[in-house]
Design a protein around this ligand. Structure first.
Ligand SMILES: *[C@@H]1O[C@H](CO)[C@@H](O)[C@H](O)[C@H]1NC(C)=O
Length: 369
C-alpha cells in the first residue's frame, strides 16, 4: 500500500492545478455487455443545463455495440451530475446511445422506458432500488475471504459489525460520500448475508430518474473500487453453494397507492403483474434462474406469488403497508445485474397501461438483433 500512498500524493499536486475556467466532462454510457464505459472531454465553460452539453460519439465496434463497417455510435447527453472525483464545476454526463441511422442503439433501453414514464407522468410513480453486489480482489477471489478456503457459514455477516464479520467498509463509506456529492438519492447501505456482499439503496425516485440514478451510482461504485484495487460484481449468483445470491429488490408506488385506501391499487397491480410473470422474468437479469430457486429468501423463477411480509414471495407487501392500507409493494424478482430501465419500464407498462409506441418486452429481443 505504501506505493499507492506515494502515487496519490504525487497525483494530488496535479489535481489541484488551476483548470483556467475549462470544465472536464466525463461522458458515461452502457455498453453491449451491460457494463459502463466512459470518456472525458473539455468544455469551454461551466454548464447550467443539459442543453449545454454537446452530442459526442465513440467507436461502437470496440464496445460490442456496432459492427466494424458502421461503427460510429452517438452519445446524447440526458443528465449530468457533480463529479466527486474531479470536483469543482466538473461533471459526469449520462448519455444515451444512438445509431448513425437515427435509431436508438440496441442496448439503449432508456429511450422506450422514458416514453412510458412520460405517458404516465400524472401517476407520479416512485421507485426504490436495493442494489446488492459482491466484492472481489484483483485475482478474482471474494474480497477478504481466506486464501483457498471459505469463511464460516452465513449468519454473522448481515449488517455485521467487527473484524471477521464485515469486509471493505472503506470502499462502501467512500462510495456513499461520492453518491451524496453527486446528488444521488442514496437512501442507505448495509452489509449483506454473504460476507463481502453489500447493498445500497437508491430512491424514492420518480419515473425515468430511477434508472438514471442507479446507473450513475453503479458507475461511482466501480470508480471508487478501482482506487482500492477491488472489483465489483453484479452477478446474481456469484458463488455456487450455500451462499446468498444478489438481487435488486424494487419498491413501487403510484400516487394512488400512496393515498388513503391505496391498498386497492396495490392489489390491482399485483393481479396485473401475475398475468405477465414470464415477460417480466425475461427482463429481470441474466442468470437470475440461478438465484430464484425458492431458497435463500427467494421465490422460484417459474411461479408467481405475493404475500404480506413474505420474503419468499415474488411480490411482498410490507406489514406496515397492509396495516395502514396504503403505500407501496416490493418486487423481489429482479436480479442484481438488471438494466433498471427495463425493469422500471415493464413495471410501468404492466401496472399503468401499455402505450402505442413502446413495448418493453420487445426491448429485450432487440439486444439479440
Ligand atoms: C424498500 O422498502 C423497504 C421496506 O419494505 C425499505 O426498508 C427499503 O429502504 C426500501 N428501499 C428503497 C430503495 O426504497
Amino acid at each position: 500500500m505504501a506505493e499507492i500512498t506515494e502515487n496519490t500524493a504525487t497525483l494530488q499536486k496535479y489535481l489541484s492545478l488551476d483548470q483556467r475556467g475549462r470544465i472536464l466532462a466525463e461522458y458515461i454510457w452502457i455498453d453491449g455487455s451491460g457494463s459502463i464505459r466512459s470518456k472525458g472531454r473539455t468544455l469551454k465553460k461551466a454548464i447550467t443545463s443539459v442543453d449545454d452539453l454537446p452530442e459526442w460519439n465513440f467507436d461502437g465496434s470496440s464496445t460490442m455495440q456496432a459492427p466494424g463497417h458502421d461503427s460510429d455510435v452517438y452519445l446524447r447527453p440526458v443528465a449530468y451530475y457533480p463529479d466527486p472525483f474531479r470536483r469543482g464545476d466538473n461533471v459526469i454526463v449520462l448519455a444515451e446511445c444512438w445509431n448513425n441511422d437515427g435509431t436508438p442503439n440496441k442496448f439503449n433501453h432508456r429511450h422506450e422506458c422514458e416514453k412510458l414514464m412520460n405517458a404516465h407522468k400524472s401517476e407520479k410513480v416512485w421507485f426504490g432500488l436495493e442494489q446488492e453486489y459482491t466484492l472481489f480482489d484483483q485475482y478474482d477471489n471474494v474480497y477478504g475471504w481466506p486464501k483457498g478456503g471459505f469463511p464460516a457459514p452465513q449468519g454473522p455477516y448481515y449488517c455485521g459489525v467487527g473484524t471477521g464479520k464485515v469486509y471493505a467498509r472503506d470502499v462502501i463509506e467512500a462510495h456513499y460520500r461520492a453518491c451524496l456529492y453527486a446528488g444521488i438519492e442514496i437512501s442507505g447501505i448495509n452489509a449483506e448475508v454473504m460476507p463481502s456482499q453489500w447493498e445500497f439503496q437508491v430512491g424514492p425516485c420518480t419515473g425515468i430518474e430511477m434508472g438514471d440514478q442507479l446507473w450513475v451510482a453503479r458507475y461511482l461504485l466501480h470508480r471508487v473500487a478501482e482506487e482500492f484495487g477491488v472489483k465489483i460484481s453484479f452477478h446474481p449468483k456469484p458463488l455456487k453453494g450455500d451462499w446468498n445470491g444478489a438481487g435488486c429488490h424494487t419498491n413501487v408506488s403510484t400516487e394512488k397507492m400512496r393515498s388513503a385506501g391505496g391498498i386497492k391499487y396495490i392489489d390491482e397491480a399485483i393481479e396485473k403483474l401475475a398475468k405477465r410473470h414470464k415477460e417480466h422474468i425475461l427482463l429481470y437479469g441474466a442468470d437470475n434462474d440461478l438465484r430464484l430457486t425458492g431458497r435463500h429468501e427467494t421465490a422460484s423463477a417459474t411461479s408467481f406469488s405475493a404475500g404480506v411480509a413474505n420474503r419468499g414471495a415474488s411480490i411482498r407487501i410490507p406489514r406496515s403497508v397492509a396495516k395502514e392500507g396504503q403505500g407501496y409493494f416490493e418486487d423481489r424478482r429482479p436480479a442484481s445485474n438488471i438494466d433498471p430501465y427495463l425493469v422500471t419500464g415493464i413495471i410501468a407498462e404492466t401496472i399503468m397501461g401499455e402505450i402505442a409506441d413502446a413495448d418493453m418486452s420487445k426491448e429485450f429481443q432487440r439486444e439479440s438483433l
